[in-house]
Design a binder for this molecule. Structure first.
Ligand code: UD1
Ligand code: CA
Length: 461
């Protein structure tokens, strides 16, 4: 016996007015389905026991799922409702299991809530346990119906509610724990005879009760946990809530914000204390930032590991590692595979790609370093370029410790510059340079005397 989960993600999100499937719409730069997957995994359900119902934009959803390691998917060719969606994954309903059904558009349902609802479900011996919440404005959510003794008797969709039922403030979160075999028996009994003309999963509650089964509810301690997004306005609201929740947590951990304008930090980001985050900064993915850094203004950091005392001013950095006391910016791009060792200085208009830069090396202005291994204490003059690509293949450039790359040097890879060597400004280096030497690879100056004396330009001046 094991627990499994079915995530409903086939809907097209008409109300979102997006060409993307709704579950791919993002909260804090992460698709909503990504949040749901994190929570489901966090509640202890292993990846092989997670099935996702896909339909609208299935390829886009599947591509995202593949990036996350891959999950079982079930195709729902026509969108005939949440009950019909679950029918597609019937083979996941294995006798003896408990199965979680969760909507892919409710990103804030957290792992603890899912686990607590399961505890309630097994403790009470329920056939179905619905996660509910008390909302001052029940909006479009399905309403939790109770009999005169307060016993849970079913869920009614807003469209099908009487005026009286519309006043109910306890709502259905769209998260359920079912005994698998009971759900399997209930699904064929669903009908689409309702205002939406759909097979509602919510009707399984009434069916289970009619068959003498046991239905219960588990009310979320934090009503915010159940919020879903159907429209762009809902999505913006979720983004605002999530943004402040992440920043609030970081504030408690000693991170400094002078303003939160334009600041977006993903929920899986960690930041050390006394680090200051300046306006216009987006930090996403699995980024780890150390202590005493200044990040921003106007920076974008994705999947990076940043050490302590680092200054990143107007930097875009992706899949890179930055060690302690590095100073980079303004207007710097660190592309995937960049490793900057301690004390490196990267100045304005510099791009580094797939390169390792040694301790205290300076790349101060207008330079491209790609596919290179650069030693420590190297100095790049202004405007240097590693020509790493011949149009077909890419080659590496190697630069030894304390080399001095003169201004406007082109290094035509593959090429190696020895330790302590210097390249003369304006050189296009095509051959490897031995240690301690000076390489000059440029035309000699040729002087033509009196060339301008009778020129039109001088006469005009
Ligand atoms: C649903 C619930 C409602 C609950 C709300 C919570 C039903 C009938 N209603 O309403 O009681 O308060 O969620 O957020 O279940 N989906 C499919 N295939 C379909 C239809 C939907 O996979 O044919 C997926 C959608 O992609 C979405 C989820 O199921 O992720 C919920 O569907 P949605 O249409 O958003 O349901 P709500 O109207 O929000
Ligand atoms: Ca919804």
């Amino acid at each position: 016996m094991s627990n499994s989960a079915i995530i409903l993600a086939a809907g097209d999100g008409k109300r979102m007015r997006s060409a993307r499937p709704k579950v791919m719409c993002e909260v804090l730069e992460e698709p909503m389905i990504g949040w749901v997957l994190d929570s489901v995994s966090g509640a202890g359900i292993s990846d092989e026991n997670i099935g996702v119902i896909v339909g609208s934009g299935a390829d886009i959803v599947k591509e995202y799922l593949a990036k996350r390691g891959g999950f079982r998917t079930f195709m729902q060719n026509e969108r005939k409702g949440t009950g019909h969606a679950v029918m597609q994954a019937e083979e996941m309903l294995v006798k003896g299991d408990n199965v979680l059904v969760i909507c892919g558009d409710s990103p804030f349902v957290n792992a603890d809530t899912i686990a607590a609802a399961l505890n309630e479900h097994t403790y009470c011996g329920n056939d179905v346990t619905v996660l509910t919440a008390e909302l001052p404005d029940p909006a479009d959510y399905g309403r939790i119906i109770r009999d005169s003794e307060g016993r849970f008797s079913g869920i009614t969709e807003k469209k099908d509610c009487t005026l009286e039922e519309l006043q109910i403030t306890e709502i259905n979160s769209g998260v359920y724990w079912f005994r698998a075999e009971t759900l399997k028996e209930a699904l064929p009994k669903l009908s689409d005879n309702n205002a939406g003309g759909e097979f509602y999963l919510t009707d399984t509650v009434g069916i289970i009760l009619d068959n003498g089964g046991k239905a219960g509810t588990f009310k979320a301690a934090d009503p915010g946990a159940v919020l879903g997004a159907n429209t762009r306005a809902d999505l913006l609201q979720l983004n605002i809530i999530a943004k402040m929740a992440v920043i609030g947590k970081l504030l408690e951990e000693g991170v400094e914000f002078v303003s939160t304008d334009g600041v977006i930090i993903g929920k899986n980001v960690t930041v050390g204390r006394d680090t200051k985050i300046l306006p216009g900064t987006i930090i996403r993915g699995n980024t780890i930032i150390g202590e005493n850094c200044v990040i921003g203004p106007n920076s974008l950091i994705e999947n990076c590991k940043i050490g302590n005392g680092v200054i990143l001013n107007n930097v875009q950095a992706y899949d890179s590692r930055v060690s302690d006391r590095v100073k980079a910016g303004p207007f710097v791009q660190l592309r995937p595979g960049t490793i900057l060792h301690e004390g490196v200085k990267i100045g304005d208009f510099v791009e580094i790609k797939n390169s390792e830069i040694g301790v205290n090396t300076a790349v101060a202005h207008l330079t491209y370093v790609g596919d290179s291994d650069v030693g420590k204490g190297v100095n790049f003059g202004c405007g240097c370029v590693t020509a790493n690509y011949d149009g077909i293949n890419k080659y590496r450039t190697t630069i030894g410790d304390y080399a001095f790359i003169g201004c406007n040097t082109n290094l035509i890879a593959p090429v190696e510059i020895g330790e302590n060597a210097t390249t003369a400004a304006g050189s296009t280096i095509t051959k490897s340079v031995p240690p301690d030497s000076l390489a000059v690879e440029r035309a000699q100056t040729k002087i033509i005397d009196h060339w301008e004396k009778n020129s039109k330009r001088i006469k005009k001046a």
